[in-house]
Design a protein around this ligand. Structure first.
Ligand SMILES: Cc1ncc(COP(=O)(O)O)c(C=O)c1O
Length: 586
């Protein structure tokens, strides 16, 4: 079969027929490819995982040389340019009959010309099929299901810029309704003098940044008024904090003071936390549902110690996940504004708030905890507005989605869902215990509806949690394994987040696959397991190698060291870098 290739230098001339090169001409290139692939498999074994770190969200832009190199699909082999006979078939060609189906999707350079919408849609959709399936991703807290009616409302609001209060006053009001409902759920004082405040954010991370800024400013103002130095603020938190706390401290120049976990305590020790306080402490973070084990930290104990010792230091509660769980499952638990030292709380709307990402909320007990100089009264786009956020423009969809969930479900609807999740988590815990796991998370609604577990070392298994995670991955499940926060003996654990769409029958399917995974690993002797481990690493390298070949992420094997993004930003400052803690997905 002859493929017609238009020749740019003889435009308008009859185009010569293309005859594929005879097979032997490929051989040198193919050998080169095999050689470079083999090289990629024999990368230094010393730190095999180090090369796997990818800069997914902070990427280096390709150089011209790299862009040109990327045009060849494999080393040493020039890419064929295939084009359809008639270039002007944009309107009649089917997607896969069009010239675009025979070309690469643009990666580095914006294309010179348009492409038909149905082609762009299909090409991107096809590309995205290589992403994982959200419902099988049990690593994440983030919502993967909403009702169609909610989705319709959210799609209708795509074109609304939430910040434009003048043009979209109802969207703005809907935010305020959500703030009010959430603050009241957290038991803000409701008396006549009460004056709680809150705002929507992109997620808990932004809420936490704002809360840290407010605590820092408040402390600094107090120190200034007393004529004392205010250049060495510190904040106290558990070493199992989510990475956004490390970021907040680092970005805003606040010293991190950690209460470290131990081999059998993964939450903050209230006494140790309060003992760490000095005159430069801006606040204490207490987590309602840690990312690793889902346990609720004892905010009441911290509060009571502060009261008992008459210490004027505020508590911020990071209720990213627990804020929409505890009030329904465990309403008697005192963790919120019922405690006098709690001045601010954040929650993620996109976790157990049951909204697609990204929406979060942060609420302050009283405006006196929000220093004026952080709040901007701006007259922009035609209306006066008070703004305390890190960014400005954003879509209104997520806020509307949150309002839908709050009024559609009401307290009873949320309670029914959260109780179901709690039962499913208990059921999964019981089954995993039978399979020889030690359960690290709480049961019966004492913590988040998740199951964190580790293998019982007394069983003398030859394999670890990472090997099990790998086996489950092969069956389509994403159940991550981690190394726990510092000072917990580098304990390994696995975590299954039970989300709204993880029903009992899906849970049964997971249990079956856990059993199969363990049987497969049990049937292997130590040598085979070691071999599997190495093979897994090799495969990961190979997958990485191939992914990089077709991805816009730069840093393929052979990239000079000073061009490797992870070298450029080598991290020697985080808890991960210093203690080997790995971050759980959120
Ligand atoms: C305890 C905790 N805090 C903060 C965050 C960050 O939340 P977000 O992803 O909404 O920014 C997470 C994420 O899982 C979390 O678990």
């Amino acid at each position: 079969m002859a493929i017609v290739v238009p020749c740019p230098s003889c435009a308008g001339q009859p185009t010569p027929a293309y005859t594929p090169p005879p097979p032997p001409a490929f051989l040198p290139a193919l050998l080169l490819l095999l050689h470079s692939f083999a090289l990629s498999l024999s990368l230094p074994r010393k730190d095999p995982l180090a090369r796997e770190i990818k800069m997914v969200h902070l990427n280096r832009v390709a150089t011209d040389k790299e862009v040109n190199a990327a045009k060849g699909l494999v080393d040493g082999m020039n890419k064929f340019t295939l084009a359809v006979e008639d270039e002007a078939d944009d309107y009649t060609a089917t997607v896969y009959g069009s010239k675009y189906a025979a070309e690469d999707l643009p990666r580095h350079e914006m294309p010179d010309r348009e492409m038909p919408p149905q082609v762009a849609y299909r090409m991107i959709k096809d590309d995205l099929t290589l992403d994982g399936t959200p419902t099988l991703n049990l690593a994440s807290f983030v919502t993967t299901y909403m009702e169609e009616e909610a989705e319709k409302l959210m799609v209708d609001a795509f074109s609304k810029n939430f910040i434009d209060y003048e043009e979209y006053p109802v969207s703005a009001d809907i935010q305020n309704r959500c703030v009010s409902m959430i603050a009241r759920l957290f038991n803000v004082p409701g008396n006549d003098d009460a004056n709680a405040m809150g705002t929507s954010t992109i997620g808990s991370s932004e809420g936490i940044m704002l809360a840290v800024l407010a605590m820092k400013k408040l402390w600094a103002n107090k120190r200034k008024a007393e004529g004392k130095p205010f250049d060495q603020p510190n904040i106290i938190m558990n070493s199992a904090v989510q990475v956004c706390w490390e970021k907040a401290a680092r970005y805003f120049d606040v010293e991190e003071r950690y209460v470290y976990c131990t081999a059998d305590r993964y939450v903050i020790d209230p006494k140790e936390a309060v003992d760490l306080i000095d005159e430069n402490t801006i606040g204490i973070c207490s987590i309602l549902g840690t990312t690793y084990t889902g346990e609720y930290e004892d905010t009441k104990a911290i509060n009571d110690l502060l009261v008992e010792r008459n210490i004027d230091v505020p508590i911020h509660v990071d209720a990213a996940s627990g804020g929409f769980v505890a009030p329904f499952v465990n309403p008697g638990l005192e963790w919120d504004f019922r405690l006098e030292k709690v001045v601010s709380i954040n929650v993620s709307g996109h976790k157990y708030g049951l909204v697609y990402p990204g929406v979060g909320w942060v609420v302050w007990r009283d405006p006196k905890y929000l220093p004026k100089e952080l709040v901007f009264n701006i007259n922009y786009l035609g209306a006066d507005q008070a703004s305390f956020t890190l960014n400005f423009s954003r879509g209104a969809s997520q806020i509307i989605g949150q309002y839908y969930q709050l009024i559609r479900l009401g307290k009873r609807g949320y309670r029914r869902i959260m109780l179901n999740l709690t039962r499913t988590a208990d059921y999964l815990s019981a089954n995993l215990e039978e399979l020889g796991f030690i359960i690290l998370s709480q049961k019966s609604g004492e913590g988040l509806p998740l199951v964190a577990a580790r293998l019982d070392e007394d069983l003398g298994k030859q394999y670890d949690e990472f090997a099990i995670a790998h086996q489950l991955r092969e069956r389509g499940w994403v159940v991550p394994a981690y190394t726990m926060a510092p000072h917990s003996d580098k304990m390994k654990l696995m975590r299954v987040v039970v989300r709204e769409d993880f029903t009992k029958s899906r849970c049964d399917a997971l249990i079956t696959d856990f059993k199969l995974a363990l049987e497969t690993l049990d049937a292997m002797d130590a040598k085979r397991i070691q071999h599997e481990k190495e093979l897994t690493l090799h495969n990961r390298h190979a997958a990485q190698f191939h992914m990089r070949r077709r991805s816009t992420l730069i840093g393929a094997p052979g990239t000079p060291i000073n061009k490797q993004p992870t070298q450029h930003f080598s991290d020697d400052h985080s808890l991960q870098a210093q203690h080997g803690k790995t971050h759980a997905v959120c």
